[in-house]
Design a protein around this ligand. Structure first.
Ligand code: ASP
Length: 333
């Protein structure tokens, strides 16, 4: 194969377990995330040379549990810059699994490119027997180099599957098939170099999204509802100046009566309130388990609380803050 005819893919490394190392090869739990550099990750996958030419950048070296808004801004801007380069065909981001779904959804709604942007990660550190990172990285680069991945927004290549950033979520603490898209399923798969899409993304993203990369992130926090809940957390957040609250409600987005009264007061104080569910699948209907009309709240639809928080921050940053406007955004994205 003539290697200079291969597509040029940018690989942006941010850390995570894919770049993790443990003291012994049998260890898959006691390790340090984000310590192996991007060039070492790439060197571990010689087969990449048959798929793409690689431009590598170390954007950060963190455990993604510590992902920050500032790093989100840096990453999104760098993706836009690279995507604007005529010689780059696609972009891969290596990331920790813990907050991957939040970063992926943020990028899905803010970067302005039709070129493939593919996140990948690993459940086992690079030093582990049966480490899953090398194949996930190869598959992510394969998807990023694939013509048919264009215009599908931000994708997640993991464990031979391809997911849309909108629907994918981490569902297991240690299993290598941790990423799922509840209700909708994967978009397709990548196996032995073959990329197949079985469904397409329908909600707007990237070039069709109204949202821009955010420099100043509004304060939006998540409060859970559960047996014996009190209004203390909501009141403390309002006193701290929160701009939005996402409730991880019970069942179909129902909220404990103690919290409900605090939310009514929060809305009166100008805080945007979104009802999501802690269940992990299914949707939350407007005026279903609670009266959004009476509360002044918004239903999150099929977005889980963490993704609902991302969308609410983007909406608030774009100046959409009345309940009608925020509900329109949640119905659309
Ligand atoms: N704590 C790690 C991280 O998110 C977990 C992982 O990558 O699997 O960076």
């Amino acid at each position: 194969m003539k290697t200079d005819s291969l597509p040029l893919i940018a690989v942006l490394a941010t850390g995570g377990t894919i770049a993790g190392r443990a003291g012994d090869a049998a260890s898959t739990a006691g390790y340090k995330a984000g310590v192996v550099g991007v060039n070492d990750l790439l060197d571990a996958v010689p087969a990449l040379g048959n798929v793409a030419r690689i431009h590598a950048e170390q954007i950060a070296s963190i455990d993604s549990k510590d992902m920050s808004h500032a790093l989100w801004t840096t990453l999104a801007k760098r993706i836009d810059e690279l995507a604007a380069q005529g010689d780059i065909s696609g972009i891969v981001v290596t990331h920790g699994t813990d907050t991957l779904e939040e970063t992926a959804y943020m990028l899905h709604l803010t970067v302005k490119t039709a070129k493939p942007v593919v996140l990948t990660a690993a459940m086992r550190p690079s030093s582990a027997l049966s480490a899953d990172g090398p194949l996930n990285l190869l598959n992510a680069v394969t998807v990023a180099a694939c013509e048919r991945a264009k215009g599908q927004g931000v994708l997640v290549a993991f464990n031979n599957q391809i997911h849309t950033a909108r629907d994918v979520t981490k569902t297991s603490t240690y299993a290598v098939d941790a990423f799922r898209s509840p209700e909708t399923g994967a978009l397709g798969f990548v196996q032995d170099g073959r990329v197949e899409f079985q469904r397409a993304v329908t909600k707007p993203h990237t070039l069709a999204s109204e949202f821009a990369i955010v420099d100043e992130w509004p304060m939006v926090e998540i409060v859970a509802s559960y047996a014996g809940a009190s209004r203390v957390a909501v009141d403390a957040l309002v006193a701290a100046g929160v701009k939005g609250i996402v409730v991880a409600g019970t069942g179909n987005g129902s909220v404990h009566a103690s919290i409900t009264q605090a939310l009514v007061d929060a809305v009166k104080a100008g805080v945007a309130v979104v009802r999501a569910s802690r269940v992990g699948s299914g949707h939350v209907m407007r005026n279903g388990a609670a009266s959004d009309d009476a509360l002044g709240s918004v239903s999150a639809g099929t977005l889980n609380p963490y993704k609902a928080r991302v969308l609410l921050m983007l909406a608030l940053a774009a100046g959409v803050n009345d309940a009608r406007g925020v509900q329109r955004v949640f119905d659309m994205y």
